[in-house]
Design a protein around this ligand. Structure first.
Ligand code: HEC
Ligand code: HEC
Ligand code: HEC
Ligand code: HEC
Ligand code: HEC
Length: 401
């Protein structure tokens, strides 16, 4: 009899435990995900600032509403420590926000998603960070995506968003990738073929709103790895012909970091409707520097003025006439008169009348030469070649003496 009693007791106890577990699980599923983070945060604050501090921790959904930007960012629902001091060493989402960046961009006026991306209204990690599904329009430009895209500085992607406001800065502290990409655009003369910020050629597409291109407009079939607009650009910058076989865009020999930086830059070029006070105090255009303008003026009054006026100098030096190209995408035209003969087996007259390769695209899209202008160009290039030979002779004579 004794053992029967004990058995009943055990059955009773297990029943109670089972019920308790069920109630606990059911209760937990009713609580939103964030309440766990909020409870944890309250514990952290209690450990750091005592009971009183922890009573100051708000609960429920927290949000920053920025009417001027049309954004409601609920990120602080979990990231409760953003404006707290002294939690710099706590893990995310409890950590204090780095302060320096917020001096010029106060949280109350900027919210979170203008810089970080993500879905402002989301209150679960999955919906707020939005990195799980590739079809989210605004994923969190954070570490997870950085890893996926193999960027060595995992947090660098958010610089894409910095540049939506800092587009016309030559340089922005804290946006190293974007800064280096802007320098490359300048050095490599992308403007020879593309309109960038309103200035440049028409051989390639206007890149003003390149970042708004629909992902479906790109052909991913030649891409190995995860198909994304970012990877397409990286592949295209490393070797344009690998993505678009017929392109005349040159292979500049970019390494991974350069290709990634340029991809971030072109993806940052999106149509924005920020109120003017959200745009840093710079002119809303990308003008030539005073030195560039002065140089162009000088060249326009020299013997090579034709090549400056017609825009040949965007890609070609004509050193014999003191004409210098910033981009140097094509050969020095001082020697074209004989070089065309040896390279293409044709006369210069022939080549300019029916050009091949890049020049075929240039002369059918960007630069129109009338018959008279073509004759003028040929005459001038003959002259330049003679001048080049004379200079060479003078140089040889000079070294002999
Ligand atoms: C439901 C809770 C929750 C919400 C809402 C939330 N986060 Fe997070 N967040 C987390 C957690 C947890 C981590 C730490 C885990 C990790 O590092 O992956 C984190 C980490 C981060 C990080 C650092 C890690 C990284 O990927 O770079 C950033 C940045 C971030 N969140 C931004 C945001 C922004 C912006 C929003 C609003 C759009 C947001 N979070 C909304 C929970 C949340
Ligand atoms: C003006 C742009 C800007 C705004 C606005 C902004 N952040 Fe940040 N945030 C940054 C920068 C820059 C970093 C530092 C990145 C780094 O150092 O790697 C950062 C870092 C973070 C981190 C990672 C901290 C760490 O050290 O791991 C989190 C999480 C984060 N921000 C969340 C938020 C949330 C949530 C908001 C809104 C309440 C917000 N940020 C608003 C620019 C911004
Ligand atoms: C929504 C627009 C916006 C975004 C996004 C933004 N900024 Fe700014 N930023 C501004 C404005 C406006 C100022 C000028 C504030 C002032 O002078 O009081 C500024 C100022 C600065 C300054 C001080 C130097 C200067 O030009 O005045 C730096 C550095 C800076 N931002 C870096 C960044 C970085 C890095 C990011 C991305 C993490 C970023 N910004 C994102 C609007 C923005
Ligand atoms: C000789 C002319 C030329 C030069 C120089 C040039 N491009 Fe291009 N680019 C093109 C042409 C033509 C296309 C269209 C075919 C293609 O996608 O390759 C193109 C396409 C692009 C695209 C893809 C546009 C799209 O949505 O399909 C981007 C982005 C781009 N170029 C950026 C650059 C950058 C940045 C530089 C400087 C580092 C540069 N280009 C230099 C001719 C040029
Ligand atoms: C967008 C850049 C660009 C512009 C603008 C441009 N060219 Fe060219 N040009 C090239 C490239 C690149 C080559 C090299 C051939 C090739 O790659 O197809 C070339 C080759 C030539 C050649 C053959 C040179 C040789 O040594 O073989 C001549 C001649 C020439 N261009 C004349 C002109 C003239 C004249 C103009 C102005 C009316 C002009 N180009 C404008 C890019 C350009």
């Amino acid at each position: 009899m004794e053992w029967e009693k004990r058995e009943t007791l055990w059955i009773f106890i297990s029943g109670v435990v089972l019920l308790a577990v069920l109630v606990f699980l059911f209760w937990g599923s009713l609580l939103p995900e964030y309440s766990g983070y909020q409870a944890e945060f309250r514990d952290i604050v209690r450990d750091n600032a005592g009971q009183q501090g922890s009573e100051a921790v708000p609960s429920g959904i927290q949000q920053i509403w920025v009417a001027a930007l049309g954004r409601t960012d609920r990120c602080p629902t979990c990231h409760l420590g953003m404006s707290w001091k002294g939690l710099e060493r706590e893990p995310n989402p409890y950590r204090s926000h780095p302060v320096k960046i917020l001096e010029k961009h106060p949280l109350a006026e900027f919210g979170c998603t203008v810089c970080h991306g993500g879905q402002g209204y989301g209150t679960t990690e999955e919906s707020a960070h939005a990195t799980q599904e590739f079809n989210w329009e605004e994923p969190l430009l954070g570490k997870e995506l950085g890893e996926l895209y193999l960027i060595s500085d995992r947090a660098a992607l958010e610089q894409i968003h910095c540049n939506s406001c800092h587009r016309y800065d030559r340089k922005t502290d804290g946006a190293a990738y974007i800064n280096s990409a802007k320098e490359l655009v300048h050095q490599k003369g992308c403007r020879s073929c593309h309109k960038i910020n309103g200035r440049g050629g028409v051989i390639g597409p206007d890149l003003m709103f390149e970042g708004d291109q629909n992902p479906e407009q790109f052909d991913y079939s030649r891409l190995s790895g995860v198909p994304s607009v970012f990877s397409w650009h990286v592949g295209h910058f490393k070797d344009p012909k690998s993505m678009v076989a017929t392109t005349v865009m040159p292979n500049f020999g970019f390494g991974s970091r350069e290709a990634q930086a340029l991809s971030m830059l072109v993806m940052s070029w999106r149509r924005q409707t920020f109120p003017i006070r959200y745009l840093p105090g710079v002119q809303l255009a990308d003008l030539p520097t005073p030195e560039e303008a002065e140089k162009e003026k000088q060249m326009l009054t020299g013997p090579g003025a034709f090549f400056v006026r017609k825009g040949c100098f965007i890609c070609h030096d004509v050193t014999a006439f003191g004409v210098e190209s910033a981009a140097k995408l094509g050969p020095d035209l001082s020697v074209a008169y004989s070089d065309v003969q040896s390279r293409f087996g044709r006369t210069l007259e022939d080549f300019l009348a029916a050009p091949t390769g890049t020049m075929a695209v240039v002369l059918s899209t960007q630069i129109h030469l009338t018959d008279a202008e073509r004759t003028e160009a040929i005459g001038l290039l003959k002259e330049a070649y003679q001048k080049h030979l004379q200079n060479q002779e003078a140089q040889i004579a000079g070294t002999k003496r």
